[in-house]
Ligand binder design. Structure first.
Ligand code: NAP
Ligand code: ZN
Length: 349
């Protein structure tokens, strides 16, 4: 069986340490690939620290994988040895239910449901382990092909941060003539700004401070607002057709909804640990819409990669080694990352 060197955490308050895990031999339609880079998503942190509820330890997180195919099963047609491939938040689903047929495999209603890349039980009955590891075996249908125009290191964060912002921006009509606000400019947010601008929308960033304003404008925003300046949300009342919130901790939803034009939509993708309050009047007055959005299906993720390649969009990354993961988690929580940490697995030894 192929062995992978991985970084695992063993409790909500634990620290990441190096370990070894077994991967399965690829079956006829499966692919074994070397994970070269893995992004650190804030969801990894919420999960590893038990903020969304109990998880199974030891936990190897990572759902932003980019790598190179090492071995393919006899019936694999989608990729060949040496190809650049990626994996996002899930590695399997039933393939037959209404959701899978519609290309929203992340909502699979089949017997095992969507099999998440980590902290789930795979088809083989074993726990899944994510991208903070040197290799992984995945069913070919759950792989993305990485376009040649996108560097492997920049492809990794697109597997979650890219698709999670691309999907709602497309679904809710970001484009020419639309005023779009991205709330929170971290890993997801900085991709959201670039994608919304590439779709032709007029883009505003709503951040906690002005410390990232220059970057926001470089990513394509024409307006930038800071929540720590008094009266910011009041001054933005009735301004936007669409707002996408990527905020990872607490949000003043009532006030944010007030920043929508009548009939406008606020789509939340952020998943804070604690519940958020909402005054219903903010929703009812002006026929405003509050929606959620969870990642995207395989076909849509592939479409997002082609879109990024065509428009020259890519995350701004900081490459780190395995020993830096603990420190990186603290910096992400403190909004100090610019704008995605990507782990280089060649440092695993
Ligand atoms: P991130 O890089 O930490 O970015 C989150 C941003 O939220 C920060 O950069 C900050 O923006 C803002 N923020 C943090 N604390 C805040 C507070 N107390 N008040 C106001 N704003 C605050 O995280 P990420 O990886 O982009 O993920 C963002 C969220 O989306 C997480 O909750 C994650 O679990 C979730 N997520 C959801 C999906 C999905 O499918 N829906 C997929 C991936 C991730 P500024 O620095 O600009 O203020
Ligand atoms: Zn993620």
């Amino acid at each position: 069986m192929p062995q992978a060197v991985a970084y695992a955490i063993d409790s909500p308050t634990g620290r990441f340490a190096r370990t070894t895990i077994a991967r399965r031999e690829p079956g006829p339609t499966e692919v074994l690939f070397d994970v070269v880079y893995a992004g650190i998503c804030h969801s990894d942190i919420h999960t590893a620290r038990g903020e969304w509820g109990p998880v199974n330890y030891p936990l190897v997180p990572g759902h932003e994988l980019a790598g190179i195919v090492r071995q393919v099963g006899a019936e694999v047609t989608k990729v060949a040895v040496g190809d650049h491939v990626g994996v996002g938040c899930f590695v399997d689903s039933c393939g037959e239910c209404e959701q899978c047929q519609a290309g929203t495999e992340q909502f699979c209603t089949g017997p095992g449901g969507t099999i998440w890349t980590y902290d789930a039980i795979g088809r083989d009955g074993l726990s899944t382990a994510g991208g903070y590891s040197t290799c992984i075996t995945v069913e070919q249908d759950y792989l993305m092909r990485i376009p040649a125009a996108i560097d492997l290191v920049k492809a990794a964060p697109l597997m979650c941060a890219g698709i999670t912002t691309y999907s709602p921006l497309r679904r809710w009509g970001a484009g020419p003539g639309k005023r779009v606000a991205i709330i929170g400019m971290g890993g997801l947010g900085h991709m959201g700004v670039q994608i919304a601008a590439a779709l032709g929308a007029e883009v505003a960033v709503i951040s906690q401070t002005r410390s990232k304003e220059e970057d926001g404008r470089r990513f394509g925003a024409s307006e930038y607002y800071a929540l720590n300046e008094p009266g910011t949300l009041k001054s933005l009342r009735g301004s936007f057709d669409l707002m996408v919130s990527t905020v990872s901790a607490g949000s003043d939803l009532t006030r944010l909804l007030g920043c929508l034009k009548p009939g406008g939509a606020l789509v939340d993708v952020g998943l804070p640990e604690h519940p958020v309050e909402l005054r219903m009047g903010a929703l009812v007055n002006g026929n405003r819409i509050l929606a959620g959005s969870q990642i995207g299906g395989i076909a849509e993720t592939q479409e997002m990669l082609e879109f990024c390649a065509e428009h020259g969009l890519a995350p701004q990354v900081e490459v780190i080694g395995g020993e830096d993961i603990n420190d990186a988690y603290d910096k992400v929580v403190a909004s100090q990352v610019r704008y995605r940490y990507v782990i280089d697995t060649s440092t695993f030894g």
